[in-house]
Design a protein. Sequence first.
Lengths: 423, 282
Amino acid sequence: MSFPWAKQYTPENDFMKWMDSRLPLPRMVYNAVGAGYPVPRNLNYFWNFGALAGLALVIQILTGVILAMHYAANVGVAFDSVEHIMRNVNSGWLLRYAHMNGASFFFIVVYIHIFRGLFYSSYKAPREMVWLLGLVIFLLMMATAFMGYVLPWGQMSFWGAKVITGLFSAIPLVGPALQEWLLGGFSPDNATLNRFFSLHFVLPFVIAGVIILHIWALHIPGSSNPTGIEIKGEQDTIPFHPYYTAKDGFGLGIFLIFFCILTFFMPNFLGHPDNYIPANELSTPAHIVPEWYFWPFYAILRAFTFDFLFIPAKLLGVIAMFGSILLLFFLPWLDKSPVRSGHYRPVFRKFFWFGLIPCIILLGYLGGAPAEEPYVMLSQLASAYYFAHFLIILPLISMFEKPIPLPNSITESVTGKPLESAA
Amino acid sequence: MIRLFGILAGLGFVVILLYSFTFGAINFIKEPPVKAVEYQFHKHPEKPGFAHEGVFGKFDRGQLQRGLKVYKEVCAACHSMNLVAFRNFEDLGYSEGQVKTIAKNWATETPSINPETGEVSSRPSLSSDQIPSPYLNDVQARAANNNALPPDLSLMTKARHDGTNYVYSLLTGYTDPPSDLPEENRPGTGLYYNAYFANLNIAMAPPLNSEGQVTYDDGTKASIDQMAKDVSAFLAWTAEPKMEARKSIGLGVIGFLIVFTFLAYLSYQNIWADLKAQKRKD
């Protein structure tokens, strides 16, 4: 953090002085999430979700490491070992249900975090790297969650693995060989389960590493804020601790209440009953659906039903599904509007609330629906809007939109009085 | 430059999707999709109401014991219960001694080997044994059931949508096929019409077919409806034996979190008091 008014860390006693000159870990924490990190004073509740996502990862790692002590990654016993956890391991049911629903809550808070970034254009300069690293975390999360869902070796585990690895077989020439290499065989089997377990265990630590980079990159320019204007003076900021640690504490309580209601009272609400049937490669479920957090992307995949020119529909679907996430990497350069916050962008705001948000919700619903009409037609229209929104509408808006005048400073927008000492 | 590429790529996706949509729409108008027969005749499960439903719901121990009796005397002839051990029956309110007796008298014995000769044999079950399967393997199970495999029942109520109600509805839902049911959807040989079953025709003959099929120890009248309800409740327990602990711990946790969140809110308000005072009043 390069702001001149950032509070400096001063070790309070001899031990801390000794420590500071040898391993300044307390100084690092102080500057990262303590009083040494000055933050805009006007952050709203949408800024709580980054910290909550970090907490969700901690919940997943803690419960996951203990579950791994009791789980057996072998197709012969994987299903029963999960039930052994549910029935015989002390509080095993709690660990497993918390881990199951923890994955869903991780995605809920991360989706809110991402859409916060989209509405307030947090991806714009100078925070492009924060956005890009965030998307890397998102991709790693999706891979981790997918492989985790395979581990109980139920019907949806098996058929989900078959469908998702099958996507790679759409790639011309190398596709089928690539799928075989990913699975370690011609169809999901013990080799698949074992490598998925290994990767599912290690990737969360990779995510933790990228989160450190994400926060590091954030701390260079400092946090964005709901007005989207940069900090102009000390008055615009407050120290992270105690102000935002207190606010995050309250947010944490609300998050945990929702999380615990689901975990303790409706633990299977977000799951699929077929995954309580042991995997059976001879019996295909009537509808193969992934976990709810993949539904929007699954809808895009299935929207491509006709070959176009010489490109097969399946390949188009795969390109579009990966493209729908990869395009987000180009957002900082697609949206050139100098104004960040959606509050001051009248046209952008309308397309966000009445275009993008309903489109994503509709795609989510359609991804969970069976692959029948009229769902397929609707998903074609919704997918078309999704791509049009990011690749056509957003660049065009940023060329023609007349933004609403911005306040002079963060302090002025909060107190109504001008910033006294503009730096 | 990036924006130009972006707009072109975006147009590409939109054109392909609208192209697919147009073809889909033309097909849709030309030949509107017919609803599958299964959709028209399939019924959603009835809701008879169970003691263990809801936030405060607890299993009715008497009902679980009756349900065990139905399972033991009716279902267990064909359906295994691999994930449940006899020792778990202590949760139903049986003493250690009673569980030992149940295990010893179970119709199927636990597979074993003769300690002298090493030959395959069986022995009476102990409390620590899992409930033995009625068949040695799936091949034998299919051979005895007209090539249909009776599924394991341990997790049945979690492996179907609205599982407990589904099991109850299925057991009481055998009827004659409706007169307007197309010929190809009518039950073939060895199949029975049941509107609650996914494809309407189930290979299981009506298992609960006469009043008093089971004699309850507590004097409850064993009507078909009563037996179906009791065994459904029992299967809810086998699928989720820790449900009561989960709910009672959950109530404590939520209570704690409400207090914690309230205190966290107060401390947040307290710390921000000086800042909030500066806020403009509009």
